[in-house]
Ligand binder design. Structure first.
Ligand code: ZN
Length: 649
């Protein structure tokens, strides 16, 4: 019998089967809770496997809804969401389960292995971070705060969206759109009383297009001003949100929201985050100043905030003009995939073999992963863009490696979905280099999930990995897409077989680091502002004062006073990144650090690569990434490696 389930889904009977399963699960929970002398084996394990099987049943629906979207998939999907949400909310607030976990942890801590202890610790933390264990009055207040903050976040986004949609700038002089790429110009074109005009808006593609290519600096300033003064009413929402989050954190026993946020992350304490961001900023500043000087040199007057994108584009063209079309014949999809497999085999010693099975689309394919000839996992690819498929790229895990209740090994599986140019019988799918970076990124997540040797599904593969560390394996692998040795494994002209020439590789690498120090400072400004804002109580003008004080260090061109960037910072006020924006850079350091150890050891045959497989990939979420990283490198992460990756000396 196959180790993997057949991919199939019965949309007509999905809801009734889901309901039946949930009823069964609810009864199972009741029964489990009545078990006398609860233990990990008779209580926790069956509960976890029950959740694993439910996920396995549900994943094909969310997958198919994303890649073969239809009225029918949407209907079934939207009908199932409230049903499953109600079920999981009830489960996550079940105090009897929480108490059972605590009891089992107390009784069996010494005899359980570290994977099982980690499962218990994370689950207990999860209950406590939501306040499920507190008295009824506090719980009621927490619930009120939750409802209020999600309402406020929603208003924040809505205000921003309205402001973005309301604005337009009409250009009626043809020379003011001179230099704008044809396709963007076409999108902006409108006709009023038989006259051709151009409409620019604050929607990102339109806004960025004018800021990057628009020659008229008066129009650029006008657009910029409109952009950075959107939704002023959000200032009041920020005050309210900050106060509520602070209150919530204190009810849960933390000093402030930043402390609450990192309680479930890899970062140990607030100081470690602040010091980390400070160090990167200090080390990037000098090079950023040099980059700005280079930019200033080609501008006719002192650079303003609304000039940088425009002159940067000119400078970039002048310094590293890269023609994507010249590269694409070297990046034929199947040759890239085969090359990536060869690379993974040479680096880690595992192999992929194509599986002959019917999937949801002719362009989808599956591969079995073998480690030392042993079947280990299955990978599904759905890489080409088509109608009714959601845009973007992602990895979606299906099964997780574990031992089930009976002690049988379950193997892992996962999907990689991308939107690459489609192939036909006559034309190959030729990728851009960015696509390859994306593929390597998603493959990094995927092998993190597939190679797990953990026996507890809840902390196996990507499950249980801290939020600020989850991008470590993806960024680690993505970095190799720029390595000449790796590129040469697959970058072969699809007609002639010629390997991508060295000078073209060099240009690619150089262009990657164009203005990287300035970019770094900008990201650090966002991260530091976010983190400090949630570390104390700020309201009204204090928010702006905090931002200004950070900009002293990070902003080389002084932002005009009217710039109220914070009123549009939806990542942290409407998107779940509050006191967590630093995570991007945090994970990048881990990945850059491990990456350079492998590179400095010559890539193939690298000892660190072997350790990375044994410790990080096999370890999954079974230990904190802080511990895994230490086991890998025998030291703390080195921020200098991120600077090196960005070409910052
Ligand atoms: Zn990712």
């Amino acid at each position: 019998m196959s180790k993997f389930p057949e991919f199939k889904i019965d949309l007509d009977n999905f809801i009734s089967e889901l309901t039946t399963r949930l009823e069964h699960n609810n009864k199972r929970v009741e029964k489990l809770l009545k078990t006398p002398k609860k233990s990990y084996a008779n209580f926790v394990k069956p509960l976890l496997m029950m959740e694993e099987y439910l996920d396995q049943f549900f994943t094909p629906l969310s997958h198919i809804n994303a890649v073969n979207n239809s009225d029918k998939t949407q209907e079934v999907y939207s009908e199932s969401i409230p049903i499953i949400t109600e079920y999981s909310t009830k489960l996550s607030q079940n105090l009897d389960i929480y108490n059972a976990y605590k009891e089992i942890y107390k009784n069996e801590k010494e005899s359980l292995n570290y994977e099982q202890n980690r499962v218990l610790e994370l689950n207990i933390d999860h209950f406590e971070l939501s306040g499920a264990h507190l008295d009824d009055k506090t719980k009621a207040r927490l619930q009120e705060i939750n409802i209020k903050t999600s309402e406020l976040s929603n208003n924040f986004s809505q205000n921003l969206l309205d402001a973005t949609n309301e604005y337009q700038y009409i250009i009626d002089d043809e020379k003011d759109v001179d230099g704008i790429p044809e396709s963007d110009k076409e999108n902006a074109k409108i006709e009023e009383d038989g006259v051709v005009k151009y409409k620019f808006t604050l929607q990102l593609p339109s806004y960025i297009s004018y800021m990057t290519y628009g020659k008229n600096s008066i129009i650029r300033e006008e657009l910029y001003r409109a952009y950075v003064t959107r939704s002023p009413q959000n200032a009041a929402i920020i005050d309210e949100l900050l106060a509520l989050k602070d209150e919530m954190s204190k009810l849960l026993g933390f000093d402030n929201y930043a402390q609450y946020s990192i309680a479930s992350k890899m970062a140990k304490n607030e100081k470690s985050v602040v010091d980390f961001l400070d160090k990167l900023a200090k080390n990037s500043k000098e090079q950023a100043q040099a980059e700005l000087k280079e930019l200033q040199a080609i501008a006719p007057a002192k650079l303003q905030s609304f000039d940088t994108a425009f002159y940067s584009e000119i400078l970039k063209k002048k310094s590293y003009d890269i023609d994507e079309e010249e590269y694409r014949p070297y990046f034929e999809q199947q040759s890239v995939i085969n090359g990536m497999f060869t690379f993974l085999d040479k680096l880690f010693g595992f192999k992929f073999k194509n599986v002959d099975e019917k999937l949801w689309n002719d362009k989808a394919s599956s591969y079995d992963l073998y480690v030392d000839e042993k079947l280990t996992a299955r990978l599904y690819f759905d890489l080409e863009a088509r109608e009714n498929k959601r845009g973007g790229a992602w990895m979606h895990n299906w099964q997780s490696h574990c031992n089930d209740e009976k002690g049988n090994e379950q193997l892992a599986s996962a999907f990689i979905v991308c939107n690459f140019p489609s192939s036909s019988d006559t034309t190959p799918s030729l990728l851009r280099h960015d696509d390859i970076v994306t593929l390597f990124h998603e493959m990094g997540h995927t092998i993190h999930h597939l190679l797990s040797s953990v026996n507890e599904n809840d902390v196996s593969g990507v499950n249980g990995v801290e939020w600020d560390a989850v991008e470590f394996p993806s960024q680690f692998l993505e970095n190799f897409a720029y390595e000449p040795k790796v590129l040469k494994l697959f970058a072969k002209h699809y007609k002639t077989g010629e390997v991508l020439p060295d000078d073209m590789i060099e240009k690619l690498v150089k262009s990657k680091n164009f203005q990287s120090a300035m970019g770094m400072l900008r990201q650090l400004e966002f991260s530091t502002f976010d983190f400090k804002l949630h570390s104390n109580i700020y309201k009204g003008d204090e928010v702006q004062a905090l931002l200004d004080s950070i900009r002293e260090e990070t902003s080389l061109i002084k932002a005009p006073e009217y710039n109220k960037f914070q009123n549009g910072f939806s990542h942290i006020f409407a998107g779940g990144y509050a006191a967590g924006y630093y995570s991007y850079k945090w994970a990048e350091v881990l990945s850059a650090d491990a990456f350079y150890s492998v590179v400095d050891e010559g890539i193939f045959g690298s000892k660190t690569a072997k350790k990375y497989l044994d410790i990080v990939l096999k370890g999954g979420g079974s230990k904190s990434m802080e511990i895994l990283f230490h086991e890998l490198m025998n030291r703390e992460p080195d921020t200098d490696k991120l600077l090196r990756l960005n070409g910052i000396k």
